[in-house]
Design a protein around this ligand. Sequence first.
Ligand code: UD1
Ligand code: MG
Length: 466
Amino acid sequence: MKNSKIGCVILAAGKGTRMKSETPKVLFNICGQPMIGYLLETISKIKEISKVYIVVGYKAEEVKSKILEIVDSKLKDKIIFVYQEDQKGSGDALLKVKKHIDPSIAYLIVLSADVPLVSENTIKMLIMSHLKEKTDCSVLTTTLDNPVGYGRIVRDVSNRFVDIIEEVDANESQKKIKEVNTGIYIFTLPILWSALVKVKPNNKKKEYYLTDVVKFISSKSAISTLDSQEVKGINTRKDLLEVTELVRRKIIERFLLNGVNIYLPDTVYIDIHTKISEDTEIFSGCVICNSEIGRNCKIGPYSYLDNTKVADDTQILYSYIIDTQIGNNCKIGPFSRIINNTKIHNNVIIGNFVEITRSIINDYVKIRHHSYIGDTEIEEKVNVGAGSITCNYDGIKKNKTYIGKNTFVGSNVNLVAPIKVGKNVMIAAGSTVTKDIPDNAFVIARVKESIKPQHRIIKKLFNLNM
Ligand code: UD1
Ligand code: MG
């Protein structure tokens, strides 16, 4: 086989100590996707890459299974996991790949999993430049006004790239250098391996720095990208916030370009999995994850939607909705809570302080205020009065309620489940109903009212002389 293929390494073994968390850094969530997912998505678009070596170490199995869960099958076939038991530095991590490397690979791109937003074009530009220059090592650099935390690119008087000095090991004049290492490289094999074994942990951190490899490779170049945002590294939660903000803004811009209105966009968070159709308006303070919203809807202000599907022309105000499907032309909220595989059909009104869980609500149903509906199926055109609830829990298990078409449930009714209420039924306000009700029945189940005029207590209380 011709020895000219391009392989790719992703360094992802580090714990991410500066995040101060037990979660592996590369699994931190950025707008609905783990950090490493962005890099994997980009790599999957670069067809020239024939193998992807992912170095895992800290919580390796957790990282590995998450990666396998999110990648497509084409990329999965290219991935080889490499273990770095002790995290002795990025140089040590890369050296662990050596014994797994496919002999057909001539060039190795090295990416850091904590630099997630590098684009396909930038990686391709680095590959092309490396092949054109015919060097053995190309380092992607960028220039930052505030280079704190990054390795500095040292050039000689002729502006030739000489070395990379890590921040902790840099002297005062090196710290002033604004050109930094992005942590993205391409190397020619097998020169990389002979240079890498020469790297020693002679630095303040006592780590094997991958950056030191450039000391042992004479034919090298440092190639700069103008877009410093896409090569932002994430080491702290502040970095994570900045990168999340970049992604969040990109998502918002994409929706604006696709005909969705977003008001006060700095207060709106929409994740990468969410789809929204034209002419829908999203108002301030909304959080929308993993959801699909149809045309001409109004969502918000201040609504939380997760794993929810909304059809067209529906309005959702100040509400909390998870794992739910909502049809066309519904009015939800303000302050509704709808969860747990609830299905709401078309032209339904769900009002303030209504909670619905594991239920099916059919067309033209109205539940306008202060109700709890659990494990229930409600047929078309039912009206549920204020304060009515389904008593679905008997202390041991959840029981089902069924309410037939056209039925009118008065205010403050308790339906003690399991219970079946027929169609065209009327249940008087304040009733507690425990038995099934046949079609076309009127039900009243409350203590008989008694009015006693001029009662002695009243006389005494109000000192009435009647
Ligand atoms: C690294 C570079 C620095 C560059 C910066 C860009 C080194 C020595 N320094 O610094 O020049 O400016 O990235 O963001 O490489 N990793 C392992 N195993 C280890 C250690 C690290 O796999 O033993 C992985 C990490 O998971 C991470 C990557 O290597 O994805 C970089 O490590 P990190 O500790 O973040 O290095 P930086 O200090 O950011
Ligand atoms: Mg880093």
